[in-house]
Design a protein. Sequence first.
Length: 626
Amino acid sequence: MSAQERATAGLSVEPATGDRPEENERLLCEVLAEVLGVPEVGPDDDFFGLGGHSLLAIRFLNAVRARRGSAPSLADLFEHTRLADLARVLPAPAPRQPLPMERAAPPGGAPLSFEQERLWALQTLDPDDDAYAVPWAWRVRGPLDLAALRAAWDAVIHCHAVLRTRFPEVDDEPRQHIDPAPRWSPVEHRTTEAALAADLARATARPFSLEKDLPFRLDVFHLGPDDAVVLLCLHHIVTDDWSVGRLAQDISRAYRGRPLRAPAVAYADHAARQRARLGPAGAPTPCGRDAVAWWREYLRGAPAEVTLPPDRPHASGTGGAAVRRIWSEARAAGIRSLARRAGATPYLVLSAALSAVLAESGAGEDVVLGCPIANRPLTAVEDTVGFFVNTVPLRLHVADGVAFTDLLRTARDGHLAAFARRELSFAPIVEAVNLPRHPDRNPLFQVMFAQEHGTDALPSLPGAEVSAVEPPVTSSPFDLAVAFVERPDGIGITVHYRSARYDPATVEGFLDRWEMFVDGMESAVVHPRAVRPADPAPAAAEEAPHTGDTDGEAVLRVFREVLERPDIDPDDDFFDQGGHSLLAVRLIRAIRAEAGVQIPLRRFLRAPTPQGVASAVAALRTGRAR
């Protein structure tokens, strides 16, 4: 077994090199060529000049660590983009100790990863929400062997156990229950070209029950002889962009009847290792405590809401729409050129520009964006299908009159520091910062900015032409979710937005301003302005009847039991007293068992105190709740 194969399997390896620069150069060139899939890389080559980006940077550094036992930091790579320069700042090689990849199979099932746990709580609290359905649709022109497709997907889900996992509660905690022999079948439909988009949207919008359902659905829409659209809809709790490439490869192989190679590490083992490293919310390890402390300081004083000033106030629901554009190759070349000269990536350039335009549009000087980032800390999990994406808040102070080139340097340094601490899940960051909650507002940030990779991955089916179908947009969990993908002909831009808050013209106008800023950003000077976001109309006082103190006493008792705090008072805020998303699930279920009333999540977040919840219980019981 080669050193790379041993490393991928999680086994210890001897240091591959000594500490001489020429040996370090040779190692870096070999590893980068392997990661990029090119025949050769030289010491004078520039990482970003070869097409490197943040995701490839993480894969590259993981592979160096697997070969050498140590690796430079992400900041080192951005500071020394030429491989010969990077070779001179490599840390000393070290024997690589086997990392604990626990084969976790406790009686009640394996625990969830922290990222999965957050999605589980959101879906459980709002079971009809389809915001975390991931549609993957492809059109097949030519013969489609439905039996072979079914057998292929069956082989895939047996190769990747996370795809046949349900998530029941065991002793008040969500667990992964892997079904050894799941029963499922593709669902066939007849449709027309005119009805296809609506049919895909309806199929995507069907909610998942994470406790009862398998986390996927496979629908086939027949438009005519040898013409069909396959919709594979997965819940985000079991997949991410990185995983789609592996799924496309595996479907292609299995459709031809070829055997599949199981990943070295199952997703459940990754979740167990993550928990061993960081510790649970109530008892973090030293590593977990240090991470929480850093994020608490980084986000100290951050605003509760940073968004594009909306057309309408907050409204319930995540219904959404999308705007799409293609930026020219000339504009893309300008972005890449500035990124190389600034020691940055196109993502860092565009995120700084997006923050600047938000600030100038009325979001104020203190801008926080959300960034989904791959959290695959080991080469051993690069072939593992699952939800490895963490959400990192990226904060940038946009001072009045700042030159954009200076703002970009600030963004690069601050964002790299945040990226380096991507291992801590978003939920404990939210709990540590503890900004005021709002039932219709994502905590910490309301604008997501992502770079998409592998979105064009498609299976290969013999005898048929397979092409991508734009997935339907039925929801947006954020005010704005801005994404870009680098293409041969330029850059593709997609903005998902909450249609209850924004008109299409507002989003189009914002995109126009972003484009104009990008075209002139090298000489731009930023002038932020603060516009107060539209506030919800004040809620009328609920005239819920009070049946003595029965509801109030029962709800207060449940708060005290769930929080394990006998000193909770009627006006104490659940989150200020240590509550978090999993405890909120437990609290709402306990109130339902005690009072016979289901409190909707948004109603709970409107007044998360015993007194507020007791009023909601009384109002819901009499049918007067809005």
